[in-house]
Design a protein around this ligand. Structure first.
Ligand code: FES
Length: 101
């Protein structure tokens, strides 16, 4: 599919989560430490919507059972989740966030 526009860069404030769908992919964009990261937003434990979770410097915390996912590697940093969420390449162009899908 290639690079797809996800949202405006301005929408992704520090600590905010923006959810967006690209085809069948349910994604979220998060700004951490100034960088925008994009990952799948369905928790690998019991399918909770991670975009309803909480952002911390370590990543995004699932709202249901509180596993934290690293937004770079996608790996859960604590149980109960054991499997990573998919992460995506991101580029910022002309004030917009693009994701490679
Ligand atoms: S649904 Fe996310 S940790 Fe359980």
């Amino acid at each position: 599919m290639g690079w797809v526009r996800l949202c405006s860069e301005d929408e992704v404030a520090e600590g905010a989560v923006v959810s967006a769908d690209v085809g069948e992919s349910r994604l979220m964009a998060v700004r951490l430490g100034g960088s925008v990261r994009v990952a799948a937003r369905t928790c690998t434990h019991e399918d909770a919507d991670l975009s309803c979770g909480f952002v911390s410097p370590e990543g995004v915390r699932c709202p249901l059972h509180l596993s934290v996912f690293d937004m770079e590697s996608g790996m859960p940093l604590n149980p109960p989740a054991q499997n990573p969420i998919m992460t995506y390449n991101v580029k910022i162009e002309h004030g917009a966030v693009f994701v490679e899908v």
